[in-house]
Design a binder for this molecule. Structure first.
Ligand SMILES: CC(C)(COP(=O)(O)OP(=O)(O)OC[C@H]1O[C@@H](n2cnc3c(N)ncnc32)[C@H](O)[C@@H]1OP(=O)(O)O)[C@@H](O)C(=O)NCCC(=O)NCCS
Length: 153
């Protein structure tokens, strides 16, 4: 009998060696994905780029910028097979923890108006909608508004 031990999932910094997996997930979950260059530039710029990993495989990631007072979450994704298990919330809470440690006073993000799953996650954690950017995102057959959300720490 052989017992297969699973490693516990962990959150760690994203590096260039992760980009193949990151881009594969990105293309799986977004209709208008970031490019490999977007992620590569984010890593090179020293943004807070984090991945979720288990047994050597990535299943989620996010990118955040922290300024003197405020943090901006630029993207957050969980691979389709790992969604609805609480990992999005876990990674988001980790970003909030990092932003607080770096003395940010609030976190901002944009979410597509139609992305109810993501918006519900942000609301559950305490984000409030503070603005709307008209036609901010490309969409099938046109453009779509973004909802700007803020969490005050
Ligand atoms: C948005 C996203 C990051 C959320 O990640 P996730 O891991 O699925 O999020 P969670 O599991 O924490 O929460 C999502 C839902 O799963 C539910 N859930 C959490 N744990 C669960 C569990 N163990 N069993 C069943 N459902 C569960 C939550 O209650 C929530 O339900 P709701 O949408 O009805 O409120 C993910 O769906 C994703 O990557 N989407 C595509 C990319 C995207 O839209 N990113 C955000 C851009 S702004």
């Amino acid at each position: 009998m052989s017992a297969q031990l699973q490693e516990l999932p962990r959150i760690r910094r994203m590096g260039h060696a992760d980009l193949d997996e990151v881009v594969a997930i990105e293309r799986e979950v977004f209709l208008f994905p970031w490019t490999r260059g977007n992620f590569s530039d984010s890593v090179d710029s020293g943004y807070h780029c984090l991945v979720l990993e288990q047994d050597g495989r990535l299943f989620g990631y996010g990118v955040m910028i922290i300024g003197p007072e405020e943090a901006h979450l630029l993207t957050l994704s969980i691979a389709a097979a790992a969604q609805r298990k609480g990992w999005g919330e876990r990674l988001l809470r980790h970003f909030i923890h990092v932003a607080r440690e770096q003395h940010a006073r609030s976190m901002f993000l944009d979410v597509r108006e139609s992305n109810h799953v993501a918006a519900r996650l942000y609301e559950r954690i305490g984000f409030k909608q503070i603005a709307r950017r008209k036609d901010y995102y490309p969409a099938m057959g046109g453009r779509e508004d973004s909802l700007v959300m803020e969490l005050v720490f």
